[in-house]
Structure formats: C-alpha cells, structure tokens
Design a binder for this molecule. Structure first.
Ligand SMILES: Cc1cc2nc3c(=O)[nH]c(=O)nc-3n(C[C@H](O)[C@H](O)[C@H](O)COP(=O)(O)OP(=O)(O)OC[C@H]3O[C@@H](n4cnc5c(N)ncnc54)[C@H](O)[C@@H]3O)c2cc1C
Length: 282
C-alpha cells in the first residue's frame, strides 16, 4: 500500500485546528486529506465551550450582533438542534475565591463571552472544509510519522504518515509534502515518533492542569433571575470552577486545578461547588 495516497498536506485530527486548517488550505487550492480516529458524526465534545470571539470572527463566523453595547439574541439554547450556535453571555457579577477559600463578589464586571456548541462547531468546520475540497477519513487512526530515517525528531525529513483504518484494520502509508499533527493534547504523532521527545519532557509539570466536567440539571424555578447559575470563579481551591447553562435546564459544571504539589482532585472542586449551589441537582 506504500505511496497509494498522495496529498500536498495530510492532517491528523479533525478538531477545530485540523478542520479549520484543512478548510483554508483546500480553499487555497492545496490538496489536503484529514484523518480522524473518531467515527463520522462523533467529532467535538458534549458540552459548550467559551471561545474567544476574535478567534471565531477571524475564522469567518458571524457572531451575534450587538445592540446598545450588549449582545442581541437568546442566552440559552432551547434544544439540541437549536441553530443558535453561538450563545452570547454577559456576566455582571463575578465571584472570586481566594486560595484560603474566602469569597468576594465583584459587581459591574460586565464580562462578555461567547460559548459555542462544540459538536455543532466541529460539524460545521468539517462540512466547510469538505465543501472547499478537503478529503475526510473518519475512524482512521494516525499511527506514526514516516521519515527518511529514524534519527532524532528534528533531523528527519518527514515523508508522510502511517494510518490504520479501524473499520477493517488495514494499515497504510499516506505520502505528503507536509504532515500536520492536529491530534490535540495527546499530540499523537509527535510523541509516538522514534526518538521524539515525549510531551512530559517539553512541559513543566506545573504547566499542566487537570479538569473535570459533569452535566447536571438545574432547578429552573428557583434559578430564575440568579445570574450566578452561569458563572466562572477563579482562585477556588487553587484552581477554577465554572457553570454554563445550556439546553434548557442542563447545566455544564466544571472544575480544574493546576498540576502542582498540594492541589486537590478537580472532582472535589466540583463536589464542593455543587454543594455550595443548591440549585444544581444530579
Ligand atoms: C475539560 C476541557 C474543557 C475545555 N474548555 C475549553 C473552553 O472553554 N474554551 C476553549 O477554547 N477550549 C477549551 N478546551 C480546550 C479545547 O479542547 C481546545 O480548545 C480545542 O479542542 C483544541 O482543538 P484541537 O483541534 O487542537 O484539538 P482537539 O479538539 O482535541 O481535536 C483533536 C482531534 O484529533 C483526533 N485524534 C486524536 N488522536 C488521533 C489519532 N491518533 N489519529 C487520528 N485522529 C486523532 C481526535 O479525535 C480529535 O477529533 C477544553 C478542554 C477540556 C479537556
């Protein structure tokens, strides 16, 4: 199967980085193929993410309009198929917890951000890239880079990558001028290469953070008018905690801590914060 497939660029990973790059390359007339380990329709995450609005508009997305200095539009999605991809949020009170767990509330914060449905965003980016001419192969695992030699990573001339089709177990070589590792945090290709530095040797331990997320129900009767149901707290338990309300009464609850000595399990951050917010139910 060697040399059977040839592209100018081959991308491992159809997340936002891989799909957006594929879209731009294909639109510029460059032949590009994207391989993702997930099955078709399974891209993205089950939650909404806060995304920098300048990044979204730079990527060509139309954002909610602003009227009288405020985003126009609904705050909360009504169901899974709601086309309101970008939800504008305005936070006017922000709870800030110090590491000693004392809590201050800042009023008049007027902090604006946008959350986006990561499944819908991924689907849209992949569709746009495919329309521009990029080829997508799902359920394909990028296994390793192929170079002209197996010497240390920065001295090889990369020729392509080896891929396994998880439908039938077939493994093949994809030749390309450029190989892009867009496999996200796992950085699957780079770290798997013979002689390549493992991710842990490039990052200091304290640069890593652990985050947990859970989806809960919110008591909407009592939550009405409470702007703390959709909020972000920094400094809690030497980490951070957030809630995003989406899909009716579904609330996305998360907590994260940096990987440093003495930091607690992020699950504990979530448990304690939920105990603090009695409106959130299992
Ligand atoms: C709990 C949590 C909360 C987050 N919250 C936010 C947030 O609020 N805002 C924000 O901007 N970011 C957030 N992020 C970070 C977010 O994941 C990144 O911003 C974004 O997903 C990075 O995009 P990416 O394309 O680089 O990688 P990913 O989205 O991780 O995409 C990588 C793709 O590569 C595929 N893949 C992996 N390995 C292989 C392989 N071997 N072969 C083929 N395909 C492979 C995966 O299936 C996936 O589709 C959060 C992350 C986590 C874990």
């Amino acid at each position: 199967m060697e040399g059977q497939k040839d592209y100018q660029v081959v991308i491992a990973g159809a997340g936002p980085a891989g799909a957006l790059l594929a879209r731009e390359l294909a639109a510029a007339g460059i032949s590009v193929a994207v391989y993702d380990i997930r099955k078709q329709g399974m891209l993205g995450h089950n939650w909404s993410d806060a995304v920098e609005k300048n990044a979204l508009s730079a990527a060509g997305f139309k954002l909610p309009s602003i009227e009288n200095g405020r985003y126009k539009g609904r705050l909360v999605k009504t169901d899974e198929t709601d086309d309101n991809l970008f939800e504008p949020h305005v936070m006017q009170r922000l709870q800030i917890r110090s590491p000693d767990l004392s809590c201050t509330t800042r009023s008049d914060v007027d902090f604006r951000y946008i959350t986006t449905d990561r499944k819908a965003l991924s689907r849209m980016l992949a569709e746009q890239a495919a329309e521009a001419g990029a080829l997508f192969f799902y359920n394909h695992r990028a296994d390793r880079l192929i170079g002209d030699t197996d010497v240390i990573f920065d001295k090889i001339d990369v020729k392509g990558m080896r891929v396994t089709n998880l439908d039938n177990g077939e493994s093949f070589y994809v030749a390309a001028d450029v190989v892009v590792d867009a496999t996200g945090y796992t950085s699957g290709l780079r770290t798997g290469f013979v002689g390549a530095p493992a991710i842990g040797t490039l990052f200091e331990k304290g640069d890593l953070a652990y985050a947990c997320r859970t989806v809960r129900r919110l008591d909407m009767t009592h939550a009405a008018g409470d702007d703390l149901i959709d909020h972000y707290r920094y400094g809690a338990f030497k980490g951070y905690f957030w809630t995003h309300l989406h899909h009716g009464d579904v609330v996305d609850v998360g907590g994260g801590v940096r990987e440093e000595p003495g930091r607690v399990d992020p699950k504990i951050v979530i448990e304690e914060m939920i105990a603090d917010l009695s409106l959130i139910h299992i």
